[in-house]
Design a protein around this ligand. Sequence first.
Ligand SMILES: C[S@@+](CC[C@H](N)C(=O)[O-])C[C@H]1O[C@@H](n2cnc3c(N)ncnc32)[C@H](O)[C@@H]1O
Length: 273
Amino acid sequence: MLFIHDVGLAHLMGTRDAMRWDPAVYERFRSERERPFRDLVAALPQRPYRRIVDAGCGTGRTTRTLAERFPAATVTGVDASAEMLQDVDPALRLVQADIRVWRPSEPVDLVVANAVLHWLPGPEETLRHLAGWLDDDGALAFQVPANHEEPSHRIVREVASEGGWADRLREAEWGDHVLSLYGYARALRSEGLEVEAWETRYLHMLEGEDAVLEWLLGTTLRPVAALLSVEEMARFVAALRPRLREAYPLEAGKVAFPFLRRFGVASHGRTRS
Ligand SMILES: C[S@@+](CC[C@H](N)C(=O)[O-])C[C@H]1O[C@@H](n2cnc3c(N)ncnc32)[C@H](O)[C@@H]1O
């Protein structure tokens, strides 16, 4: 069975670029990945935003949603990955840059960072840098996956520690730079911002026996693929697959995948209108 092609693994294997993203694989669970972004946007303070930055904008889907939601605003998407930016709507303003060093040319009134901060070591420092982009009434909103203690991620780390690849994978970037809610609030309050922080556990109902594996291939397993050869990655996936199937059994065609996410909205003014 050509399983690696079924799950898009062929796109990921053999690259040594750990920051390489594959839009086709990432977008496979688009509606599940969109839901927390919609929840974040719904929690924004109601203000007449004029300058918005979508930090780590990926394929620009979130940038477009922000431009539609706030039509009077200039919305700029910033992302480090050329692959993620390549199919983006040309009508959107986009910059290829590392959000840890980039700065807008003038202060902005809203920064959104959806599903990006957990990839960056030192999230407190990144948050402070993003807060530095804001004008005096500005707001900063973020969402991060916080599933690193769930069976899916535990199983990936188990397999990573077992094979001949264990030494190499010790260097892997797992995208688990996640703070407690209190940690986020403290970092942002130290910048003089008022903070509302919360977490939500979603129960995604995914189609297909290997849906969790497919999900992980779009995000968590990218850095693994970057460090292994094509043959090793095929063996890695073969070791993962039965364990994930056991942890997330198929019931009536669907797999239930619980997913914890943390959110924050910080503002120089009130976090609620
Ligand atoms: C999980 S995707 C999220 C994309 C988008 N925010 C969304 O919600 O659909 C994470 C994105 O963060 C980007 N990224 C990671 N580190 C970055 C950095 N230091 N600077 C800019 N973008 C970064 C990746 O290239 C990727 O497109």
